[in-house]
Design a protein around this ligand. Sequence first.
Ligand code: GDP
Ligand code: MG
Length: 436
Amino acid sequence: LSDKLQNIFKGLKKKGKLTEKDVKDALREVKMALLEADVNFKVVKTFVKSVQERATGHEVLESLTPGQQVIKIVNEELIKLMGDSNNELTYNKDGITVFMMVGLQGAGKTTTSAKISGNIKKKGKKPLLVACDIYRPAAIKQLQVVGAQLDVPVFTMGDNHNPVNIAKAGIEYAKNNGNDVVIIDTAGRLHIDENMMGELIEIKESLKPQETLLVVDAMTGQDAVTVAETFNEKIGVDGVILTKLDGDTRGGAAISVRSVTDKPIKFVGMGEKLTDLEPFHPERMASRILGMGDVLTLIEKAQESIDEKQALEMERKLRNAEFTFDDFLEQMQQVKKMGNLSSIIGMIPGMGQQLKDVEIDDNEIYKVEAIILSMTKEERANPNILNPSRKKRIALGCGRSIHDVNKLVKQYDQSKKMMKQFSGMMKGKGKKGMFK
Ligand code: GDP
Ligand code: MG
């Protein structure tokens, strides 16, 4: 999905001005890409409609960077679709908190139960895992193994007891042993079936868990959404945990689950290891789906602090090789307005890695300013004339060494290259930028 979207957006970015038709065409492609990624049809329809309404508005078509505006809208609407990020687990204030895990067989209930227990243990809770899957061979053993790895106690009664009774006994055990959170690992089936639902409803009614957490496998795409819908209707869930997101390349389930069930995604499973559980961040998921790293944040920052006219002028100068030390200084001050230099560079895809070992010290900027300010007008406008004697004079003038001046000249040459990419990107037409 992310590849497809990137291609669509590349097309948009190349255009200077967009017409309503450009936007419509691009959104038709977005729609196809979403459907191919197994996003729920109804979700796609409403999504595209709301993006279209915003994107064909005056402010986008008239703006200097319409392509980026459209991407920004797509991103914002994606985030809206996936819900807010305040999805923390809640606890019972007076007494034992019960979390009940439900889901199909193989979805990741047992693994996720353990992951959660490990997480909350680190936060000072005293979890107890309760093994209520009496059907799947070795299910109890599996929970014991992962519990042992995390040093979290596991309550079992073998497979000869009714899951409801096991769960109740587990809570009793917790009371007597100082555990404040009980995580019930239930049995799933390969498909939704009445017996399973009946058993889960019974457990839920007798335990009244604080949270019923539905575990779904993100890799199953649209099926995961259907499963979520059914579980929510029949049993009622408080939150969804999307597992195997590490192997999910399409993002279909992540996009639709929230809007179909109206239940928040609380966590995502990012691997088989017991530490691979993360809170769900819709904005991160959206940028992952758009496949652009933190580019959107960067664009926002750039839009806030870079005067677009100035950026255009700068790019013209770059193209005509008129870029001088005065411009260099100005550009640096613009960048300074955006905040910490290293963090900004880190947001540029590919760039962060490239410049990993280059040290960027924000204080450097002040030194650089001092050196440039010691240059004559002529020198700033025409760096080529900087011969050794001029450099010596400059060094004396600003109280730095010739070495510093030489360093700056080198930096200036490098920056010329870098700014070329930078300003191209900020302008968003992608002519010389990173988006090419
Ligand atoms: P259950 O039947 O619902 O209890 O599922 P399990 O917890 O036994 O998990 C089924 C398989 O999925 C196991 O092999 C797990 O290691 C694997 N699994 C669970 N969560 C994740 C995840 O987030 N990422 C990956 N890659 N594998 C996972
Ligand atoms: Mg299991």
